[in-house]
Design a protein around this ligand. Structure first.
Ligand code: ZN
Length: 244
């Protein structure tokens, strides 16, 4: 399996890699021995970026990445001639976009953390783009007033400069953490031996595969840009980074 740096070092934005497989199709697919690309998942879209071949200066735009049977695969633009197996490439993320996703993703965890801690509402889903995202909650009593209060509380938590930690735990140990039960940990395939968790120290702990910043101060501030009822119980809150 290729070395997947996004899970261990979210700040790795460039790496040297060798092409190990190419599938030439409408949009050619490239597998590398190592990569900094996040393949998408858990509401976080995949990265975009570039592949550069130093030998001749040739470059390719990576328009998306995804997981294909545990490998991270890079999807090139339609119609281009792909690099060859064995080529040495430099792999570069569109870092501005990735960093905005990391900040947005971390902001959504702060939102989840506040809504769970202070209102006991469970998360049912979420999605994001760079600079903005939404979360759905089982949150019957949500109102405009509460949403203003939530916004203020989330911003207060972000300014507390809380560290954000990545941990990988054996499955049994992860299941023993009561707070993790509110997330979708029980939807993970039974074969998974280890669970990756993201902890905003003192606020939030979730089973999660995405990329996040290392401290809440890097998020800056958020504003609530909308909220909707998706039924009597299910409510949606939309947020954006204040500098987005
Ligand atoms: Zn996350």
């Amino acid at each position: 399996m290729n070395l997947q740096l996004c899970y261990s070092d979210a700040y790795a934005r460039s790496v040297e890699a060798r092409v190990v497989a190419v599938e030439d199709g409408e949009s050619p697919l490239v597998v590398l021995d190592t990569t900094v690309f996040y393949p998408g998942g858990g509401g976080q879209p995949s990265d975009r970026g570039l592949l550069l071949r130093a030998a001749d200066g040739r470059r390719w735009t990576v328009q998306a990445a995804r997981k294909v049977s545990a490998e991270i695969v890079h999807e090139l633009e339609p119609g281009v001639e792909p690099p060859a197996v064995g080529d040495q490439l430099q792999v570069d993320l569109d870092w501005a976009r990735r960093l905005a996703l990391m900040r947005t993703h971390t902001a959504l965890h702060a939102l989840c953390g506040v809504v769970w801690r202070d209102y006991g509402a469970l998360v049912t889903g979420g999605n994001m783009e760079p600079g903005a995202g939404r979360m759905d909650f089982e949150f019957e009593r949500m109102s405009g007033e509460l949403v203003d209060e939530i916004e203020a509380k989330v911003n207060d938590e972000l300014t507390r400069a809380r560290d954000v930690r990545v941990n990988v735990l054996p499955r049994d140990e992860a299941f023993a953490i009561p707070d993790l039960i509110r997330t979708k940990i029980n939807l993970l395939p039974p074969g998974i031996a280890e669970i990756r968790t993201i902890e905003i120290v003192g606020l939030d702990l979730q089973a999660d595969g995405g990329t996040h910043v290392a401290n809440t101060r890097e998020v800056g501030g958020i504003r609530v840009t909308g909220y909707e009822s998706k039924g009597r119980i299910n409510k949606r809150i939309r947020i954006a980074l204040t500098d987005a």
